[in-house]
Design a protein around this ligand. Structure first.
Ligand code: AHM
Ligand code: MG
Length: 331
């Protein structure tokens, strides 16, 4: 028998992939590569906690509310600690904006060139019921000089300025998907080896699709434009798929084609999702994969953020579907 068939190659590890990509940039110093590796390490640790969450006392509410007034789950806090510790120890990041912390976090690494915005564990209402959840992150180069603490202005850059963005989905398998502005690549975690391996190279999103993802429980407060688009989806016999975990809904639509919508509603008049660490990173990824993202009026990536925790309506997915939604919204 062919020896090769007995021991198939395991493929490219995330570490090696990041290293190879770094070689593509003539003046890269390796700090961004190291930062991505720090995030991947924290993701492995959070993955471990998520996987055994039913066995140890980490499910359920922590008893606090976060800056958005939402109940914090114990795993939200654990994931926040893990990612912040990894970013702090890594040394490349001066300042972090996290969904779980009202104030910007100064890491003390004033020489760090980067700022990170992160939702350490998104979709946390799904934790207790064993449904996919995720981590979303966005990386910017600071605009203030190195040597001092990062500033609010460093964190309030439009999404077009992102140097990298990604997400981790803790699903039926765990994946890390990221872009540095040169296409989108996905890596699947192999738990017995403790490594992410390249499994989805150069992801391209279908131009169109037949899946729409929206919380129709809020239909009574949809604007006429949103209602018209939802009706369009029904008229064309689309499938409704809504997990209530942004990363999971986004990931499915990225691979299969579709659109995710979180419009303004009576309960969330500015939309629910946060621009810096939910909308922008996914908008960067979707555009890099050939898709489109908008707040209904303009490209998500061009919104000038005013506050670190600001919210934005989100219409994201296959190019043709988002364009159609925008048409409906514009009446
Ligand atoms: P979270 O950051 O508190 O977890 O909230 C974000 C989540 C998204 O993952 C998901 O798409 C959305 O909230 C679901 O909201 P709703 O329950 O209003 O449909
Ligand atoms: Mg979130």
């Amino acid at each position: 028998m062919d020896d090769h068939k007995l021991a198939l190659p395991v493929g490219t590890t995330l570490d090696r992939f990041i290293m190879r990509k770094q070689e593509d940039f003539a003046y890269a110093t390796g700090e961004l590569s190291q930062l991505l590796r720090d995030i991947a390490l924290a993701a492995k640790i959070v993955n471990r906690e998520v996987n055994r969450s039913g066995l140890i006392d980490v499910t359920g509410a922590y008893g606090n509310r976060n800056v958005q007034g939402e109940d914090q789950q114990k795993l939200d806090i654990i994931a926040n600690i893990r990612f912040i510790r990894a970013l702090r120890n890594g040394g490349e990041v001066c300042t972090i904006v996290s969904e779980e912390d009202e104030d910007m976090i100064q890491t003390g690494n004033n020489q760090g060139k980067y700022v990170v915005a992160i939702d350490p564990l998104d979709g946390s209402s799904n934790i207790d019921v064993n449904v996919s959840i995720g981590t979303i992150f966005s990386i910017y180069r600071r605009t203030s000089p190195t040597g001092s603490a990062g500033t609010v202005a460093d964190c309030l850059q439009p999404g077009t300025q992102q140097v990298a963005a990604g997400y981790v989905i803790y699903g039926s398998s765990t994946m890390l998907v990221y872009t540095t502005g040169n296409g989108v690549n996905g890596f699947t975690y192999e738990p017995s080896l403790g490594e992410f391996f390249l499994s989805h190279p150069a992801i391209q999103m279908p131009l169109s699709g037949t899946i729409y993802s929206i919380n129709e429980g809020s239909a009574n407060s949809f604007s006429p434009g949103v209602a018209a688009f939802v009706q369009h989806c029904k008229d064309h016999h689309f499938s409704a798929r809504y997990i209530g975990s942004l990363v999971a809904d986004f990931h499915r639509n990225l691979l299969k084609g579709g659109i995710y919508l979180y419009p303004a509603t009576a309960k969330s008049p500015h939309g629910k999702l946060r621009l810096l660490y939910e909308c922008n990173p996914l908008a960067f990824i979707v555009e890099q994969a050939g898709g489109r993202s908008s707040n209904g009026k303009c490209r998500t990536l061009e919104i000038e953020p005013k506050e670190t925790h600001e919210r934005s309506p989100l219409f994201i997915g296959s190019q043709e579907l988002v364009a159609q939604a925008e048409l409906c919204l514009q009446g």
